[in-house]
Design a binder for this molecule. Structure first.
Ligand SMILES: C[S@@+](CC[C@H](N)C(=O)[O-])C[C@H]1O[C@@H](n2cnc3c(N)ncnc32)[C@H](O)[C@@H]1O
Length: 253
């Protein structure tokens, strides 16, 4: 069952363009939700080559894309429903040719043709839709668009507060045919009993159960950790041709 995870939403308005416009008018400046690029860098570099054409969905006024360009990324298209945020960012980065900013609703990105991107990065945008009205439908529309825009073998990287019980029902739908890996990282600055977080263990994917849930004995160091879902769009043609050329398994297909 796909429910809105209202328990984690501060406001239903997160799904509303007017809410975001008002917020960006008031706040200006820049703000990165959840995590900065410095913490996400190992994951982004592992799954997204710097030559990738990247789509940043719901970019807001985050510095993430700027930091990625400084790290060598060559082409990042940023979209957001808030015209206020997009206008600000367009001005701020008019001299940075690696970044483009377009006002767009992630539920309808028909402006782009199918399979336009190698990677789609989402930090907090699916979360916003999940807080709005008609959350399951909005999530399905957005994820359908993400799937359409990804090239075969491309990756949707979702950075979220949503644990697998809240997010896997949306991500693991058979229509998408995504191979999903999960990482869990503590909030910035989190320290358990004064110890630094175990950085090495954060870099290992968490083995999910058959139902796509966390192992029963898994304990999160930080109960308010962030989750990184790596959803790889499987290239079915390659999968099938590699299977059919294997004489040992060809007759099993
Ligand atoms: C939680 S903020 C995250 C901003 C940024 N990604 C970050 O990491 O700081 C969610 C963003 O999603 C945008 N947003 C919400 N609904 C949207 C929609 N339907 N289409 C495009 N952007 C949307 C909001 O305007 C806001 O900038």
């Amino acid at each position: 069952m796909m429910l809105r995870d209202v328990s984690a939403c501060n406001t239903y308005n997160y799904g509303d363009a007017l809410y975001w416009d008002a917020r960006y008018v008031q706040e200006g400046g820049s703000f990165d939700w959840y995590q900065r690029y410095s913490a996400l860098h190992p994951f982004v570099r592992r799954y997204v080559p710097t030559t990738s054409k990247v789509l940043m969905v719901g970019c807001g006024n985050a510095v993430m894309s700027e930091d990625m360009v400084k790290d060598g990324y060559e082409e990042i298209v940023n979209v957001d429903i808030s015209a206020v945020a997009i206008d600000m960012m367009k001005k701020k980065y008019e001299h940075v040719p690696q970044m483009k900013y377009l006002q767009m609703d992630v539920r309808d990105m028909s402006f782009f043709p199918d399979e336009s991107f190698d990677a789609v990065i989402d930090k907090g945008t699916l979360d916003s839709l999940m807080c709005g009205t008609n959350a399951p439908i909005c999530a399905a529309q957005m994820l359908g668009e993400v799937n359409r825009l990804l090239k075969n073998g491309g990756v949707y990287m979702l950075i979220t507060y949503g644990d697998p019980t809240a997010r896997m029902p949306h991500l693991s739908r058979s229509v998408f045919n995504w191979k999903i890996e999960l990482y869990i990282i503590p909030r910035p600055g989190f320290q358990k009993h004064g110890d630094p977080p175990n950085v090495k263990s954060c870099l290992e994917p968490i083995p999910l159960t058959e139902k796509g849930l966390l192992p029963a004995d898994y304990v999160m160091a930080d109960p308010d950790s962030h989750f990184i879902y790596i959803c790889k769009k499987i290239d079915e043609s390659v999968e099938l041709s590699s299977k059919s050329t294997d004489p040992l398994t060809a007759d099993l297909l």
